[in-house]
Design a protein. Sequence first.
Length: 138
Amino acid sequence: MTIVISEDEIIYFDAVVQRLDLAIKPVRREIIYRDGTAPRPNDCHANVARWAAENPNVVPAYGWLVESDDGWFRQLVAHSLLAHADGRYIDITPMDPHERRFVVHIGPQEGFFGLLPRFSALTWPVPQLAGGVTQVQP
């Protein structure tokens, strides 16, 4: 299988991995929306957008959960948190209790969401990159 990836995407994900030492550990919070419903599992982007719309003291923060890191390959998953005015990052999306680190996306929101159709979850570096079977597009 050949994976096609652009040079810009390689630069982007290399930069994400280079910022692993700046990764944060979000604070988990269970919340209830104004209408009495709770956030849905596996719907972090919508959960965060909705809570931020209801609460002006937080804004959405986009980035990458580090699901695993063996020192060479990292499993990254696109995720949204809430950035609180006091500097805390809050995770309101229900998920297993495994503690994860979060690397904040740097750049416009559109750049982050533009990656998601192809890269909602990935292993970096792409194993095929290491093996030489990935096609890089300029």
